[in-house]
Design a protein around this ligand. Structure first.
Ligand code: ADP
Length: 176
């Protein structure tokens, strides 16, 4: 699915984010930037040790914030590491923290002159955020951001399963 808002394409595809050649890809990191499983493990495996070297120097990233490193051996130029919330029951600030993670990632990309960015579905794996609720927060935040800022030309979601692609597509159709 693809649509355009304020000069920026919003795309939803199924795929593996480590293969993306956008200016930056976003990593669903943990707050110690220590690496882990899921998309984080995949990005470090494909990107190589230069990414972890920079993560160690940065030291950490609070939930809802974002930091940037080299893309190492990835096709993408940079990795933006953001930390989504661990989902408890939805009443512990999870939506705000998830929205912050997306917004901070987009702001960081803009401030570095990055025009194209790929996101995974942050927090919906190990961190347990229900995909439908997460897709609403993610897409609302991204739509609001691209309406308010120029500079980005492509924001792509790279979803790892058909089920997630279907969920995000349904949400986007409802929001526009
Ligand atoms: P979190 O800890 O934020 O929940 P996870 O990495 O456990 O992060 O999961 C986030 C999402 O990333 C899940 O939907 C998972 O299926 C997906 N994912 C895992 N590997 C990849 C990959 N290579 N490319 C894109 N998405 C991926």
């Amino acid at each position: 699915m693809r649509l355009e808002i304020n000069g920026c394409a919003i795309e939803l595809i199924r795929g593996d984010i480590t293969l993306e050649a956008t200016g930056a890809i976003v990593n669903a990191a943990n707050s110690r930037l220590a690496g882990g499983g899921g998309v984080d493990g995949a990005i470090h495996r494909v990107g190589g040790p230069a990414i972890m070297d920079e993560c160690r120097k940065i030291g950490g990233c609070p939930t809802g914030s974002a930091v940037i490193t080299t893309g190492g051996n990835l096709k993408a130029g940079y990795v933006i590491h953001t930390v989504g919330p661990v989902y408890r029951d939805g009443a512990h600030n999870e939506p705000t923290l998830l929205a912050n993670a997306y917004r901070e990632s987009l702001s960081l990309a803009l401030s570095k002159g990055i025009k194209t960015i790929s996101f995974p579905s942050i927090s919906t794996g190990t961190y347990g955020y229900p995909a439908k609720a997460a897709s609403e927060v993610a897409l609302k935040t991204i739509l609001a951001f691209v309406k308010a800022h120029t500079g980005l030309t492509l924001v792509r979601f790279v979803l790892f399963s058909d089920a997630d692609l279907k969920t995000y597509s349904g949400t986007l159709l409802r929001l526009v």
